[in-house]
Design a protein around this ligand. Structure first.
Ligand code: NI
Length: 191
């Protein structure tokens, strides 16, 4: 496993639509190595998730894992999940305001409106079908990662640009109010 270099905003690889992964590519040692590297890179950078284009590989692959994350200590635990060719289906009109950050957008956070309940249809790293529902803050994480596969960064979805903040000023001015809202969501959905 290798920790790969993370592309940052401005790199064109973050702005293209990533390719579908076919059965042959999925079974290849190169692709399995890529999956390992995405996981390793995500863990090394303390990300809650990482999409393949963020390591300069525009394939429809994301990894998500939250376990006492120092970047996002309020996020509930999510076991390691690898999604290939994921599709998200919004299950209700309800939304919440998520304060997001991204390893490809250094030192910036902002509020993005996300659906509270999403169905995830994908393949796992071996090609087995996955179909499950995510809710609350976890649903926000999944939407953020899958957006990367369509060349979308969270900053594109920040409608109120006055919420943009450095990480230090998030802690100073915005953290308390957000964590209160986040805890209410976690209490409701357990996620
Ligand atoms: Ni991101």
């Amino acid at each position: 496993m290798t920790v790969r270099k993370i592309a940052t905003i401005g790199h064109p690889v973050l702005r293209q639509r990533s390719r579908e992964v076919g059965p042959e590519e999925l079974a290849s040692p190169e692709f399995q190595r890529l999956v390992d590297d995405v996981i390793e890179t995500m863990r090394d950078a303390s990300g809650a998730g990482l999409a393949a284009p963020q390591v300069h590989e525009p394939a429809r692959l994301v990894a998500i894992e939250v376990d006492r994350n120092p970047r996002y200590p309020y996020k509930p635990r999510v076991p390691l999940t690898v999604l290939v060719n994921p599709e998200l289906h919004v299950l209700s009109d309800e939304t919440f305001d998520n304060y997001e950050g991204c390893l490809s957008v250094p030192n910036l956070r902002g509020v993005v409106r996300r659906a509270t309940e999403v169905r995830v249809v994908a393949l796992d790293r071996r090609g087995a079908p996955l179909d499950f529902v995510v809710r609350g803050l976890t649903a926000g994480t999944f939407q953020h990662e899958v957006d990367h596969l369509d060349g979308k960064l969270f900053v594109d979805s920040v409608t109120d640009t006055t919420t943009l903040t450095t990480w230090a000023d998030f802690d100073r001015f915005h953290r308390e109010a957000f964590v209160r809202r986040a805890e209410a969501l976690v209490a409701r959905f357990g996620s």
